[in-house]
Design a protein around this ligand. Structure first.
Ligand code: NAD
Length: 491
C-alpha cells in the first residue's frame, strides 16, 4: 500500500470552493502501516460560520427551494452515478484511513451509490397528505425542510454513514454542512466533489474537516444550523444533545451498542457460528451493531464455543489491500490501545481468553494497529467488557439457562441498538424478538441491513430513525394547512 505526505493540507468545501487552512492541520495516519497519508485542514470558527452561512443562503434560493421533486431526484441519481463511477477511489480512501479490508470498502462504496438512488426514488414519490376535515375546509399536511442540517459522522463506516445522512437530507430539500471524523475525512470531501460535478448548486453541500471538540462543536452551536444528524459515540451524542436542547433544535442520534447475540439449543449451530463470526469480527469489530455479547443456552455452550474458537483462530488478519485478508487493523492506534485496555480488564475480572487476546506476530503487521480476533469466556454480565462498548474484535460469551434468564441478561444494558436470536422454534423467535429492548432484531441471521428499513436504537443507543421513507421525514418538519371552502369568506 503506498502512501504519500502531501505538501499542503487537504482542502475542504465551502460554497462550492476548496479552502485550506495551512495554519492548522493534523495528520491522517494509515492504521495498516503507521505511515502518514497526508495532512488534513482544520476548519476554524470562521470557516464553520462561512459554511453554515453559505448553506443557509443556498437553501433559501429558489433554484433549490422550489426545485421540483423529479428534478431533485435526477440530481440525486447523478450523484449516485458519480459515486459508482468513482467507487474504487472512494473505497481506497476509506481503506487508507480506517484500514477496512478492500472487499468491505468496495461493498460500502457500492452501497453509498444505492443509498442515493433509493432516496432519489423516495424524493420523487413521497407525497403530502390531505387529512380528514371536521368542517367546510380542506386540511393538509405538507412537509418542509429545516434549512441547514449539520451532519456529523464517525470513522468506522464513513462511506455508508455519509450517504445515509446527505442523500435523505438533500431529498428533503435541505442544505448540508458535513463534518466527517478526523480519522476518515477524505470520503466526505470526494463526495462533495462528486456532488458539485453532478450539478448540485454551490453551497447546498459543504464539507468541513477538523476535530470534534472544536470544528464539530462550533458547527452544532452555530445559530444557522436548524437540525443535527449525528452518528458516533454515546457520550458525544449526549454532549451534542445537550447543546441541541439548549438551542431547541431537533437532533437525530445514532449511537453506540452492546448488542446481544443469542443462540438457543435448538439452533443450527453451524449457521449461527458463521453469522456470529461476521457479526463481531467484520470490520475488526468496529461496528455499532456488532454482536459483542453472545448468550448461549447451556446445553450447547461447549459445542458452539469450540466451533467459534476454531473459526476465530483461522481468520486471516492481514494488510487490508492484500487479497484474502479477512480482518484489517483497528482504525487507529488509540483504538487498539482501548481494546487492549478492555482485554486487560477482562483478565483482571476473572475472564478466560479462549482465543486471541494479543497482537498478531506476523512481521508485515508490526507497524500497524492490528489485534487478533478475541473470544472471552468466564465473565459475568456485570463485567466491564460485557457492559461497555469496546468497538473492537472482542466477543464475550455467556451461558444462559432458560428464556426468562436470557431476556433478563440480554436487556440488562444501557444500550439497545440491535440483537440477534437463533432458534428453530418460530414462536420462541417471535417472543424473544418482541421482548428484546433493541431497535433492530435479526432472527436466524445477523447484520442483514437494507436502506429501505428504518434503523436506530432504543435506550442510550440513540434517538430517531434513519433510512427507509422515514429517513426523509427525519429531515423535514410538517406543516398543517387549513383552507376554508366557505365562499362567504372570499369577498
Ligand atoms: P465519536 O463520538 O468520537 O465521533 C463521532 C463524530 O463526532 C466525529 O466526526 C467527531 O469529530 C465528532 N465529535 C466529537 N466530539 C464532538 C463534539 N463535542 N461536538 C460535535 N462533534 C463532535 O465517535 P467515533 O469514535 O468516531 O465512532 C465510534 C462510535 O460511533 C461508537 O460508539 C459506535 O458505536 C458509534 N456508531 C454508531 C452507529 C449507529 O448507527 N448507531 C454507527 C457507527 C458508529
Amino acid at each position: 500500500m503506498s502512501s504519500q505526505l502531501a505538501a499542503t493540507p487537504k482542502a475542504f468545501l465551502i460554497n462550492g470552493e476548496w479552502i485550506t487552512n495551512p495554519g492548522d492541520s493534523f495528520d491522517s495516519v494509515n492504521p495498516a502501516t503507521g505511515e502518514v497519508n497526508y495532512l488534513v485542514s482544520c476548519a476554524n470558527r470562521e470557516h464553520v460560520n462561512a459554511a453554515v452561512t453559505s448553506a443557509a443562503t443556498a437553501a433559501a434560493r429558489s433554484e433549490w427551494r422550489d426545485m421540483l421533486p423529479h428534478v431533485r431526484a435526477l440530481l440525486l441519481n447523478k450523484i449516485a452515478a458519480g459515486i459508482a463511477a468513482r467507487a474504487d477511489e472512494l473505497a481506497r480512501l476509506q481503506m487508507l484511513e480506517n484500514g477496512k479490508v478492500w472487499s468491505e470498502c468496495k461493498a460500502q462504496a457500492a452501497s453509498a451509490a444505492a443509498t442515493f438512488r433509493y432516496f432519489a426514488a423516495a424524493c420523487e414519490t413521497l407525497g403530502a397528505e390531505v387529512t380528514p376535515s371536521r368542517g367546510n375546509y380542506l386540511s393538509m399536511t405538507a412537509y418542509e425542510p429545516y434549512g441547514v442540517v449539520a451532519a456529523i459522522t464517525p470513522w468506522n463506516s464513513p462511506l455508508t454513514m455519509e450517504a445515509q445522512k446527505v442523500a435523505p437530507a438533500l431529498a428533503a430539500g435541505n442544505a448540508v454542512v458535513l463534518k466527517p471524523s478526523e480519522v476518515t475525512p477524505s470520503a466526505a470531501l470526494l463526495l462533495g466533489e462528486i456532488a458539485l460535478e453532478a450539478g448540485l448548486p454551490s453551497g447546498i453541500l459543504n464539507v468541513v474537516t477538523g476535530l470534534g471538540a472544536t470544528t464539530g462543536k462550533w458547527l452544532v452551536e452555530h445559530p444557522g444550523v436548524r437540525m443535527v444528524s449525528f452518528t458516533g459515540g454515546t457520550s458525544t451524542g449526549r454532549t451534542i444533545g445537550m447543546i441541541a436542547a439548549e438551542r431547541l433544535i431537533p437532533v437525530a442520534l445514532e449511537l453506540g451498542g452492546k448488542s446481544p447475540h443469542i443462540v438457543f439449543d435448538d439452533a443450527n449451530l453451524e449457521a449461527a457460528a458463521e453469522n456470529i463470526m461476521g457479526g463481531i469480527f467484520e470490520g475488526s469489530g468496529q461496528s455499532c451493531v456488532a454482536g459483542s455479547r453472545l448468550f448461549v443456552q447451556r446445553g450447547v455452550y461447549d459445542k458452539l464455543v469450540a466451533l467459534l474458537v476454531d473459526r476465530a483462530s483461522r481468520i486471516r488478519v492481514g494488510l487490508p489491500d492484500v487479497e484474502g485478508s479477512e480482518m484489517g487493523p483497528l482504525a487507529s492506534f488509540a483504538q487498539r490501545k482501548r481494546v487492549e485496555h478492555y482485554v486487560e480488564s477482562a483478565r483482571a475480572e476473572g475472564g478466560q481468553i479462549l482465543v486471541g487476546g494479543k497482537r498478531p506476530v506476523a512481521p508485515e503487521l508490526q507497524n500497524g494497529a492490528y489485534y487478533l480476533p478475541t473470544i472471552i469466556g468466564g465473565l459475568s454480565n456485570k463485567a466491564t467488557c460485557v457492559r461497555e462498548e469496546i468497538f473492537g474484535p472482542v466477543l464475550c460469551v455467556l451461558p444462559f439457562d432458560d428464556e426468562s434468564d436470557l431476556i433478563a441478561q440480554a436487556n440488562d444494558s444501557v444500550y439497545g441498538l440491535a440483537g440477534g436470536v437463533w432458534t428453530a422454534n418460530y414462536q420462541k423467535a417471535w417472543r424473544v424478538a418482541r421482548a428484546l429492548q433493541t431497535g433492530l432484531v435479526w432472527i436466524n441471521t445477523y447484520k442483514q441491513l437494507s436502506i429501505s428499513t428504518p434503523f436506530g436504537g432504543f435506550k442510550e443507543s440513540g434517538i430517531g430513525r434513519e433510512k427507509g421513507l422515514s429517513g426523509v421525514r427525519l429531515y423535514q418538519q410538517s406543516k398543517g394547512i387549513y383552507w376554508s371552502m366557505d365562499a362567504n369568506n372570499l369577498a
